[in-house]
Design a protein around this ligand. Structure first.
Ligand code: IVH
Length: 578
């Protein structure tokens, strides 16, 4: 069998499986992005081999087996979807297409947030909620009436004295997880589906789920509406929840403004949204545009830029930190996520490599939410091929060649080279000159590396013996800059206080807060040097681990020599503490 044919068959299998999990089990295991990418790839492959396209391909129809539903209900009309776009140009094309068809000056679009949750259809008979159904395969869904009764914002009856109640009303909308400001859920639909599947939601779950109606059908025809927007507003009289941001516009400029406004607001909303939906407001026009077997042609989703991208792992490199912890970092083929070019992602520790089951040359999903550092969230195992290389756990430090060992709970791999490891020493110097420590801003990262590589600095004391000529010797440093740095070094001796000095030593677990606590307790550095673990642990906020780190640090002869020299007359750090 040809390579393309094999690939087509395997991707179809995969998409059919995902469809089953999404539509039937309500338990998707892939993000919309990953799903869309696989469908796109299948379409491309099928373009090469159109002879293989059959009506059974998931690009041709939703092919969902619904025999697993406990209790299924046929939808009165199919629950279809709509196409997605990602670019302003696509929006203009959509608008042009509509204008060409109708040849009228004014077209009203109803724009709504696209809510990321689970689609449900609810039937009211004579004003009473009769049943609720999931979308299922679009034609047959699962009866979830018992679960929906628990969502407090969905009215059980729509009786009121102001308006006529249709004898048969079907509303459709999205059940979503109510977010507090802090939550940043990656797989929203999973969580909603999970909560919805429980037949007895507890009180906290009830507060968790919300609902917004986005369409309705007055099946019994007692009431008639010309426009989608008006129908939604009317439903508010029945206390059916309608999203407050829904608005009408007549041109693409205003639509794009709505799109950007919603994108900006996204993090502050109490529902998760992944874009906007643009609908033609007139029901007559909607009818004229019609449907295919999968989508409505009168609506389109304009998605927000995805915070996920697919790329490949070119290599794994190792970073050695100040305390010797070795962190694997994946080097990636460059991708742009929401404006940032990304070429690497930290893997945190070696357990992460095992958890992700990642190899060099793998295809992976990288996710970056807001300004958070990018993270590899998934390996696309179905894309792995024979060039995948297993990642080795280094038994020697990649920088200094010292042996490596695991920490006590086996979470971190550590280089045992201590300050003989140039990576650990470089990180220590960076820390030592930082703002909360000795504070020498002129000594930037690049300069520090050059000074260490040229053997001008080989311990912390050397920093205070730096001369203008040393700095000038190093390319890129002129007289003025060298003078400035020397001046900063002099200044640092006068300005440093006890907490900053303790912090500058870079003892594992001793941040600036602990350094302040230690200073308050000991008042001077000599008392700290001779202290023991028991006494150290009397300080609130200092646990056994940190106490041990501090004690061990001052037991080390080399450390003691450095500290004593720094505070001696020779160097003269003036450790004031009031
Ligand atoms: S209208 C076109 N409006 O998006 C008419 N759908 O594939 C049918 N969705 O699962 C849907 N927000 O549940 C519509 N404001 C909105 C929506 C919305 C989210 C969901 C819908 C469906 C998917 C479309």
């Amino acid at each position: 069998m040809g390579k393309i044919k094999r690939k087509i068959i395997s991707i179809r299998k995969l998409i059919n499986y995902w469809n089953y999990l999404y539509y039937v089990k309500n338990k998707p295991i892939v993000s919309d992005y990953e799903y869309d990418q696989a469908v796109k790839e299948l379409i491309l492959l099928e373009n090469y081999r159109p002879d293989l396209i059959t009506s059974e391909s998931p690009t041709q129809k939703i092919n969902v087996n619904i025999k697993n539903f406990h209790n299924s209900i046929h939808h009165i009309s199919p629950m279809l979807s709509f196409d997605s776009i990602y670019k302003y140009n696509d929006l203009i094309n959509f608008d042009n297409k509509i204008r060409n068809i109708f040849k009228v000056d004014r077209i009203v679009y109803c724009c709504e947030p696209k809510i990321d949750g689970v689609a449900v259809s609810i039937l009211y008979e004579n004003g009473k909620l009769k049943y609720a159904v999931t979308r299922g395969n679009g034609y047959i869904g699962e009866n979830i009436t018992n679960n929906i009764l628990n969502i407090s914002s969905i009215p059980l009856s729509i009786e009121n004295n102001i308006t006529k109640i249709p004898s048969l009303l079907e509303i459709r909308g999205e059940v979503f997880l109510i977010r507090n400001n802090k939550s940043n859920l990656l797989n929203e639909r999973n969580n909603v589906a999970g909560a919805l599947r429980k037949s007895n939601l507890d009180v906290s779950d009830k507060k968790l789920l919300g609902f917004y109606c986005y369409s309705a059908d007055i099946i019994s025809k007692e009431l008639f509406f010309d426009y989608h927007y008006n129908l939604l507003q009317y439903l508010k009289l029945y206390k059916i929840p309608i999203n407050k941001y829904i608005s009408c516009f007549t041109n693409t400029k205003d639509i794009i403004k709505f799109y950007h406004d919603m994108h900006k607001k996204k993090a502050l909303l109490n529902f998760n949204t992944d874009g906007i939906v643009i609908k033609i407001n007139s029901f007559a026009m909607q009818k004229k545009l019609g449907v295919t077997n999968k989508i409505h042609k009168w609506a389109i989703a304009y998605k927000f830029p995805s915070h996920e991208k697919i790329t490949t792992v070119k290599n794994i490199v190792y970073q050695v930190g100040r305390t010797g912890v070795i962190t694997p970092v994946a080097k990636l083929s460059m991708i742009n996520i929401a404006g940032a070019n990304i070429t690497s992602a930290s893997l945190h520790n070696f357990n992460e490599i095992e958890k992700l089951n990642i190899m060099i040359n793998d295809t992976v999903i990288v996710s970056r939410i807001g300004d958070v550092i990018p993270k590899i969230t998934k390996v696309l195992l179905y894309k792995r091929n024979s060039n995948a290389i297993k990642i080795k756990i280094p038994n020697k430090c990649p920088v200094c060649n010292s042996v490596t060992k695991y920490n006590s709970n086996k979470t971190k791999l550590i280089c045992t080279g201590k300050l003989n490891c140039s990576a650990q020493f470089t990180e220590l110097v960076k820390h030592f000159v930082s703002k909360n420590a000795v504070n020498i801003p002129g000594l930037g990262n690049k300069l520090i590396s050059k000074l260490i590589n040229n053997n001008i600095i080989s311990n912390l004391i050397d920093i205070f013996y730096l001369k203008e000529v040393d700095l000038i010797k190093i390319s890129g440093i002129n007289h003025r800059l060298a003078k400035k740095i020397i001046c900063e070094i002099k200044q640092s001796k006068k300005n440093i206080n006890l907490p900053n000095f303790i912090y500058s030593l870079g003892i594992n677990g001793v941040g600036i807060v602990t350094s302040i606590l230690l200073s308050k307790f000991y008042k001077n550095i000599n008392s700290l040097i001779v202290s023991d673990i028991k006494i150290l642990m009397r300080i609130k906020g200092v646990g056994l681990k940190t106490a041990k780190n501090i004690y061990d640090f001052f037991q080390d002869k080399n450390n003691l020599f450095i500290v004593k020299t720094l505070i001696s007359k020779k160097i003269g750090l003036n450790l004031f503490y009031k």
